[in-house]
Design a protein around this ligand. Structure first.
Ligand code: TYM
Length: 329
């Protein structure tokens, strides 16, 4: 039985990218594996330290997780900051992680460009914190989208380095996972490469049908192809990419054919796309509306989750301290 772990930053509601990149894969793995899913509220501090919103954001993400199908009977669901051992492991790992390699990370360079007024040390050491999350439970598989591939590569390197340095075979090397397929990147509807909270181009699992229709109908298109079988511009390819995850093969094939024969009507395609997205999100949205009223249940889920996650975390920390040479007097 493999250990599977994944997490999502608590910087806002979950969107289709989170769902197809991480959540849906995780949900499919719940029955056969030992599964951990957590809300990365410590990670959210690197970009959004807002005391007025912190708790609300954690709650929103928790509700979205449960509504999407993460089952607390099968998986351990916890809030990252409820497990202080994570911060301790982060500190230990940081002693074997170097400035140069952190400064070269794509996500760091990207964030440093986006928030030049707040290039904090937490942003730089983000990959060490992520490695602490994963290594804490010695995860084998980490369901994530394409954007997290580099972080997983770094986690493997840190694990290897720790093992080599202390001459142990303690940490496993985890892999980024998408059900045996390529990792996915769900694009935005604005023609940009990636759907993302900070890009402001998301379809949220909690959006109403009306909002989804509005967002999809507004997506960038053009007057259509003039040459048969031509290459699609990025903003059109993006619509097809989303269609490939939400629609049936027949629907995708139909619009591919229409594109190839220069007969495509974007209005029809968008209507179909909106409908297929709504089919995926409606049951989730209905559960969100139910769950967000049920504070007692939410409290029970995260309290039990934290207890179960900490059981494992305490053991890892005890082992790591022993390996590193800490001894009690
Ligand atoms: P975050 O919160 O940005 O995104 C959560 C998950 O959603 C995936 N994702 C996408 N996948 C495909 N297409 C997209 N447009 C898209 N946008 C987001 C991400 O790949 C991710 O899997 N560093 C992580 C959170 C984290 C974590 C961890 C994940 C912290 N520690 C340990 C796994 C294991 C992050 O910022 O994800």
């Amino acid at each position: 039985m493999d250990t599977v772990l994944s997490g999502i930053r608590s910087t806002g509601n979950l969107h289709l990218g989170n769902y197809y990149g991480a959540l849906r894969n995780f949900i499919k793995m719940q029955n056969e594996n030992k599964c951990y899913f957590f809300i990365a509220d410590l990670h959210s501090l690197t970009t959004h330290p807002d005391p007025a919103m912190l708790h609300e954001n954690v709650k929103n993400v928790l509700v979205d997780y449960l509504a999407a199908g993460i089952d607390p009977e099968k998986s351990v669901i916890y809030v990252q900051s409820d497990v202080p051992e994570v911060a301790e492991l982060y500190l230990y790992l940081n002693m074997h992680v170097y400035m140069g390699e952190l400064a070269k990370t794509s996500s760091f360079k990207d964030k440093a460009r986006k928030q030049p007024e707040n290039v904090n040390a937490g942003l730089l050491t983000y990959p060490s914190l992520m490695a602490a999350d994963i290594l804490m439970h010695n995860a084998d598989k980490v369901p994530v989208g394409k954007d997290q591939e580099q972080h997983l590569e770094m986690t493997r390197r840190f694990a290897r380095r720790f093992n080599n340095f202390y001459k142990v075979d303690y940490f496993k090397e985890p892999v980024a996972y998408n059900f045996g397929q390529e990792l996915v990147k769900i694009p935005g509807l604005d023609g940009s490469g990636k759907m993302g909270k900070s890009e402001g181009n998301c379809i949220f699992l909690s959006d109403s049908a009306k909002e989804i229709k509005k967002k999809v109908m507004r997506a960038l298109t053009d007057s259509g192809p003039t040459e048969p079988n031509s290459v699609k511009p990025d903003y059109i390819e993006n619509l097809f990419t989303i269609m490939r995850v939400v629609s049936t093969d027949e629907v995708v094939d139909h619009y591919e054919e229409k594109w190839n024969s220069c007969e495509i009507r974007y209005g029809d395609m968008k209507k179909q796309l909106a409908e297929d997205i709504i089919n995926v999100t409606t049951p989730i949205r209905e559960r969100i509306l139910e769950l967000e009223k049920n504070d007692d249940y939410l409290r029970k889920v995260v309290t039990e989750g934290a207890d179960r996650a900490r059981e494992n975390a305490k053991k890892t920390i005890a082992d790591v301290r022993e390996i590193m040479g800490f001894k009690s007097f």
